[in-house]
Ligand binder design. Structure first.
Ligand SMILES: *Cc1c(COP(=O)(O)O)cnc(C)c1O
Length: 815
C-alpha cells in the first residue's frame, strides 16, 4: 500500500490529528516486530481480549510517528494520530478498498485442513511465473487477512490468501473485504466445528467465500460439499478434485509400485513421482495440479514443479553452537518473506553481537538490483557484527551492506576461510537458498554432536498459554513456573520466550535459578519459591522476590534487606498454608504476621497458597475447603495490612478445574507444556516436548542367542534388534527395560528388550516394516505419548521431564 494519512482517513472515515501529508506504506500491529519505522504507522488493535493501546508507547520509543488508535494519548508529542471508531473495522475497511483497487488476480483458500500447506505449495510453484504475494504464515483471520491484503502493491500480479473462520457469520465479513477470482476449498474436517451446529452449517459458511468467484476448485470427496456447491453455484465454473473417482481430477486406480502416480485431469492423464502417499498429501497435490492447470501452466512444467516441491517446513532451528554461540539454522529456503521472519526470530535473543551468513536469492523474477537493495536494507537494520555473503550475485552488491562484509563463491570457500569458527559469544543466523547447502555450516558450528535430542516447540507453549488464558478473565495475570530448569526444558530459553510474550511473572524454586536468568538478561519479575538462608543477599542484589513462608524467613530476610541498604519497601510474597502442609503461615499466626509486616519496610506483593489435589476430581471437596481457607485468611490479612496485594492460588489444573477462583493471577506449569489430567482439556493442548534419537545399528539375533547385560532377553525366534543411543544416564529409568516400556519407530511401538545400559538400549523392531539404521526413534512424544511413557516408568510426567539428563541436547523449534 501507499497512501497519505489524509487518504487513509478519507477511505475509512477517520479523524486526523497531526500531519496529513505523511506517506504510509506499512501498518505494524506488534510493537516488537517493527522492522523499519520509515513510512510505517502503528495500529493499536483492540479486541475483546486485549488492548494494543498499551504498546503505543513502545512503538513510539522505536521511532514510529503515526499511530492509529481508538483513543488519543496527548502525553506523546510529535505524533500524528489517526483516530478511528473501531480498530478492527478500520483495518477491514482499508483492506477492502485496497484490494478492490489492486486488480490483482487472486486465489482464496479456505477449508478446515491443508490451507497453509496449499498456500505455500502454490506460492513455490507460481512465484517464478508471476510476481506473487501470499499471506504470511497463517494470517487468515478478521485481523490477519486485512493485514495481508494491505501488503499488496502494484508490482504483484497474483495474490494467494488464506481465509479462516472459527465461528458463524465470520465469512460474510471476510468475503466483503476479499472476493477471490479463484476459490479453493480444501478438505472440510471437524477442526473448529465446535462453534457450528452441524457440518452442513460449517460448509454453508465456508463456501460463502466464493460468492463472487469465477472458478471454484473444491475437494469433492465429501458428498455434502459436492452437492452444496453444485446447488448453490450452478452458474459458475466448478472443478472437483479428490481421491474418489467421481471427481473430475482424481488418481488413476491400479497404480504400479514404482515411484509414479497417474492423475486424471478431465480426459487427460498426467504422471509424476511422489514420495509421500498419505491421503492428505495426495489430496493436496491434486488441488495444486488443478489450480496450476487453471492458470494454464503446461503439464511438463507442472511435473517439474511438483518434483522440486519441498515439504512445507517453516521451522527455524536454534542450536547451541561452539564457543558459546547460538546458531539459527534456516538453510531451507530463501525469499524476502522468510528472511524477514528469520530476522525477527533473531531479535528475540538478547545476545548483543550477531553475524549473518546469506546466499544469493534464487529463482526470483524481479530486478536483482532492487531485490538486493531491499535485502540489504533489512539486514542493515539489524546491525550485524559481520556479514558473510555466498554466491556471485549477492557478492556483487556487497557494498550495500553496512557491516563488516566478506564474500565467497560457495559454501566450501567460507568453511575453508575458517572465519566462522573464530566467532565467539554471538548469535549466528544461517540463511540460504537450498542449492548452497549451507546446512554444512551448521555441522561445523554445532556444539556436541549427539543424535539424541529433546526438541521443544515454543509455538506449542504459546498455544497452550493462550488456551489457558482464554479460560480466564482478560485482566488476570499469569505467572509461569520455570523452576527446575523449566521442568527440564531449559529455563533461560523458555523464560526469554515467555518474557517476549509479556508473561507477568516467572517462578523459580531457588535463588540460583533466578540469578542465572537475570545474568542472561531476563527482566520480568521473578519469585523465588524456596529462598535459602545463604542466598538472601543475592536475592536482593538481583532484584528477585522471595516467598516468605515463616517468621524465621521473614526476620532473617528482613535483616538482609536492612544490611543491604535497600531503602524502598522490598517486594515479598506471603505463602498461606491451606491444607498442603508443605510451607506457609497457619491460621493462628496471621495476627502476629500482619503486625510484623506492618512494622517492616516491606511490600506484600502477593498473597498466595497452593492446591494439593487440583488434578483429582475425587478430591474436589478437599480442594474447596483449601480455597475457602485461602479466601478467609487472605481477606483477613488484606484487612489488617490496609492494602490489597495480588492474590493467586491456581496451578495449571486449578486453572481448568477451579477457574472461578482465579483471583488476580494464576501459576501455570505443566499446562504450558501441554499436559492435562483431563482428556477433554488435553485435546485442546499441543504437545511441546519430543525426545528423539536414531537407530545406531540393527542386528538379527537368532534363537539361542541373547541381548544385552545379564542375557536378559533370549528371543524364541530369530529377531531383528535395533540399538539406540540412549540409556539410564540420559534419564530413561532402568526399570522400563525387559519389555516394560516401548519407544516409537515409524509411528509403531517397539518394545525395549533386555536390560537398559548406561548409554544405550536395545529394542525389538520385528514388527516395523522398512526400518533401517539411521531411522528416527521417538522415546516420546506422539507415540508413545509423554503420558504413556510416564506410565511405563510408573511415575508422573513432571518426573519424566525433570529426569532427562542435561547431556541430552535441547533444540528449540519455532515457526
Ligand atoms: C510448580 C508449581 C506450580 C505449577 O504447577 P503445575 O501443576 O505444573 O501447573 C504452581 N505453584 C507452585 C507454588 C508450584 O510450586
Amino acid at each position: 500500500m501507499n497512501y497519505t494519512v489524509k487518504q487513509i482517513a478519507e477511505i475509512t472515515n477517520a479523524q486526523v490529528i497531526g500531519d496529513k501529508d505523511l506517506w504510509i506504506r506499512n501498518i505494524a500491529f506488534d510493537s516488537r516486530i517493527i522492522y523499519s519505522t520509515k513510512n510505517t504507522a502503528f495500529i493499536a488493535i483492540n479486541t475483546h481480549k486485549n488492548s494494543g493501546e498499551k504498546f503505543i508507547e513502545s512503538a513510539i520509543d522505536r521511532g514510529i510517528v503515526v499511530i492509529i488508535s481508538e483513543h488519543q494519548y496527548p502525553q506523546f508529542e510529535n505524533v500524528t494520530w489517526i483516530i478511528v471508531e473501531n480498530s478492527v473495522e478500520f483495518l477491514q475497511k482499508l483492506a477492502k478498498y485496497h484490494f478492490e483497487n489492486s486488480h490483482l488476480k487472486s486465489i482464496g483458500i479456505t477449508g478446515s485442513n491443508g490451507k497453509t500447506i496449499l498456500k505455500e505449495w502454490l506460492y513455490q510453484c507460481l512465484w517464478s511465473e508471476f510476481p506473487t504475494i501470499k499471506s504470511p504464515k497463517s494470517f487468515n483471520s478478521q485481523i490477519g487477512l486485512p493485514l495481508s491484503l494491505l501488503q499488496i502493491n502494484t508490482s504483484y500480479e497474483l495474490g494467494i490468501f488464506e481465509v479462516g473462520i472459527s465461528k458463524p457469520n465470520e465469512m460474510e465479513k471476510l468475503e466483503n473485504i476479499f472476493h477471490p477470482r479463484i476459490g479453493l476449498l480444501t478438505h472440510i474436517g471437524t477442526a473448529h466445528a465446535a462453534n457450528f451446529e452441524s457440518e452442513e452449517e460449517l460448509i454453508d459458511e465456508k463456501i460463502l467465500l466464493f460468492k463472487h468467484s469465477e472458478v471454484i476448485i473444491y475437494n469433492g470427496d465429501n458428498v455434502l460439499v459436492d452437492n452444496k456447491i453444485k446447488e448453490i453455484y450452478s452458474g459458475k465454473k466448478l472443478i472437483s478434485y479428490g481421491i474418489k473417482n467421481n471427481n473430475q481430477v482424481c488418481i488413476k486406480e491400479g497404480v504400479s509400485k514404482d515411484e509414479n502416480i497417474t492423475v486424471i485431469y478431465f480426459e487427460e492423464e498426467i504422471s509424476f513421482p511422489v514420495h509421500q502417499r498419505d491421503e492428505a498429501t495426495l489430496t493436496n497435490a491434486l488441488a495444486l495440479i488443478t489450480v496450476l492447470k487453471e492458470l494454464n501452466i503446461d503439464n511438463q512444467k507442472i511435473v517439474e514443479k511438483i518434483n522440486s516441491l519441498k515439504a512445507v517446513e517453516m521451522r527455524l532451528e536454534s542450536i547451541e553452537g561452539i564457543k558459546n554461540n547460538i546458531v539459527i539454522n534456516d538453510s531451507f529456503n530463501l525469499d524476502l518473506d522468510s528472511l524477514k521472519t528469520a530476522l525477527q526470530f533473531l531479535n528475540e535473543y538478547k545476545k548483543s553481537k550477531k553475524s549473518l551468513v546469506l546466499t544469493d536469492i534464487v529463482g526470483v523474477n524481479s530486478n536483482s538490483e532492487e531485490l538486493y537493495e531491499e535485502v540489504s536494507e533489512l539486514v542493515n537494520d539489524q546491525n550485524f557484527d559481520s556479514v558473510f555473503l555466498i554466491g556471485d550475485e549477492i557478492s556483487n552488491f556487497s557494498d550495500l551492506f553496512k557491516s563488516k562484509t566478506s564474500t565467497f563463491v560457495n559454501t566450501q570457500e567460507l568453511i575453508e576461510s575458517k572465519h566462522l569458527t573464530e566467532i565467539e559469544n554471538q548469535i549466528i543466523l544461517l540463511k540460504g537458498a537450498r542449492k548452497f547447502e549451507i546446512e554444512k555450516l551448521k555441522d561445523i558450528l554445532e556444539l556436541r554432536k549427539h543424535d539424541t535430542v529433546l526438541e521443544i516447540n515454543l509455538n506449542a507453549i504459546l498455544h497452550n498459554i493462550n488456551y489457558h488464558k482464554s479460560l480466564l478473565k482478560p485482566g488476570t495475570k499469569m505467572m509461569a513456573m520455570v523452576k527446575a530448569n523449566a521442568y527440564g526444558l531449559g529455563s533461560y530459553e523458555i523464560s526469554e520466550f515467555l518474557q517476549h510474550h509479556h508473561i507477568d511473572y516467572l517462578g523459580v524454586a531457588y535463588a540460583d535459578e533466578g540469578i542465572e536468568l537475570r545474568k542472561k538478561g531476563i527482566t520480568t519479575p521473578i519469585v523465588v519459591m524456596n529462598p535459602e538462608q545463604h542466598s538472601y543477599e543475592a536475592i536482593i542484589e538481583y532484584n528477585l522476590e522471595p516467598e516468605i513462608y515463616s517468621f524465621r524467613v521473614l526476620d532473617l530476610f528482613y535483616e538482609a534487606v536492612q544490611k543491604s541498604g535497600y531503602d524502598k519497601k522490598y517486594p515479598i510474597h506471603i505463602k498461606i498454608e491451606t491444607g498442603m502442609h508443605r510451607l506457609g503461615f497457619k491460621d493462628f499466626e496471621l495476627d502476629e504476621l500482619s503486625e510484623a509486616l506492618n512494622h517492616k519496610n516491606v511490600k506484600v506483593q502477593s498473597l498466595f497458597s497452593h492446591l494439593s489435589s487440583s488434578d483429582m476430581p475425587e478430591e474436589r471437596e478437599f480442594t474447596f475447603r483449601q480455597l475457602e481457607v485461602f479466601e478467609k485468611n487472605s481477606n483477613y490479612l488484606i484487612e489488617k495490612l490496609g492494602y490489597t496485594p495480588i492474590r493467586h492460588v491456581l496451578n495449571s489444573s486449578g486453572i481448568t478445574s477451579y477457574t472461578e477462583h482465579q483471583y488476580d493471577m494464576v501459576r501455570i506449569g505443566i499446562g504450558m507444556i501441554g499436559e492435562s489430567p483431563c482428556s477433554e482439556i488435553q485435546k485442546q493442548l499441543q504437545s511441546v516436548v519430543s525426545f528423539k534419537t536414531v537407530i545406531s545399528q540393527i542386528s538379527t539375533v537368532d534363537t539361542g542367542e541373547s541381548v544385552g547385560y545379564s542375557r536378559k532377553y533370549k528371543p524364541d525366534h530369530a529377531a531383528r534388534i535395533a540399538t539406540i543411543p540412549v540409556g539410564y544416564a540420559d534419564g530413561i529409568p532402568r526399570l522400563i527395560g525387559n519389555q516394560v516400556g516401548n519407544v516409537g519407530v515409524n509411528k509403531i511401538l517397539a518394545p525395549i528388550v533386555g536390560n537398559i545400559c548406561m548409554d544405550m538400549m536395545m529394542i525389538n523392531v520385528d514388527q516395523i516394516p522398512y526400518v533401517k539404521e539411521g531411522d528416527t526413534v521417538t522415546v516420546f512424544n506422539a507415540k508413545p505419548s509423554l503420558k504413556e511413557f510416564a506410565g511405563y516408568c510408573k511415575t508422573i510426567t513432571y518426573e519424566v521431564l525433570t529426569s532427562i539428563s542435561p547431556r541430552v541436547k535441547r533444540i528449540y523449534i519455532k515457526d
